[in-house]
Design a protein around this ligand. Structure first.
Ligand SMILES: N[C@@H](CCC(=O)N[C@@H](CS)C(=O)NCC(=O)O)C(=O)O
Length: 215
């Protein structure tokens, strides 16, 4: 039994997709971000970074969303959400997960918390505008990867796709939305139809209509 400390549509979403896809038993524990519970003394004991998510497995907390995803894939290889050791796709799995987390997600974090990246409030709109350009650059790289592939790694879905779907939702308010990229748009529409995406987004109360309504 896993416990996932989560907040709807936060970095807990990708691990949530994996737990659901793999049919694992898990309990969701809401970290009330509205009241800053991620910085509470009790939560900091689990996750000293004070961020969402944390996964607890048999009393052992693990934080950092990509680390949780890799761990779940390793623990449950029968679901084939990570290419096996020796497969030529395996380094690409790590490459894309790292790109998503260290580049796209990192740029998004600055966009969502711009006040942490300036000591002059009047420059916040400039920080957001600069991030929109950087987010568009990262989306362009991902869009190119999807030119002739149904999923990021090729023919088979992997944890990277669930991670990308999570980040794509966060990119919707950016100046250049992921829905303006020709290959990403079809990909996201296809992903939206997956039973795991539909079920988890329903559990988390998320609106999928921006992805469904695209032509
Ligand atoms: N690198 C971390 C980032 C997690 C993160 O920044 N989570 C956000 C929510 S999406 C959070 O906890 N924000 C609250 C805060 O920074 O105080 C991960 O991927 O797990």
């Amino acid at each position: 039994m896993y416990q996932l400390y989560y907040y709807p549509n936060n970095a807990s979403l990708a691990p949530h997709f994996l737990l659901y896809h793999m049919g694992l038993e898990y309990e969701l524990v809401l970290v009330d971000k509205k009241s800053n519970s991620q910085k509470s003394a009790d939560y900091l004991k689990l996750n000293p970074a004070g961020r969402i998510p944390t996964l607890v497995e048999q009393g052992q907390p693990i934080f950092e969303s990509p680390a949780i995803c890799i761990h779940l894939c390793e623990q449950h290889p029968e679901h084939e959400l990570m290419p096996p050791l020796g497969s030529s796709a395996r380094p690409l799995f790590f490459q894309w997960l790292a790109y998503l987390n260290n580049t796209l997600q990192a740029e998004l974090m600055v966009r969502y918390y711009p006040h942490r990246h300036t000591n002059d409030e009047s420059t916040i709109p400039n920080v957001v505008a600069a991030q929109d350009d950087r987010i568009a650059d990262a989306l362009a790289v991902i869009n190119d990867q999807l030119v002739d592939k149904p999923y990021l790694l090729g023919e088979q879905i992997s944890a990277c796709d669930y991670f990308l779907f999570m980040l794509a939702g966060w990119c919707l308010p950016a100046k250049k939305s992921p829905l303006e990229f020709p290959h990403l748009v079809g990909y996201l529409k296809r992903m939206t139809a997956l039973p795991t995406i539909r079920a988890v987004c329903e559990i988390e109360g998320m609106d999928l209509s921006p992805f469904e309504s695209v032509e």
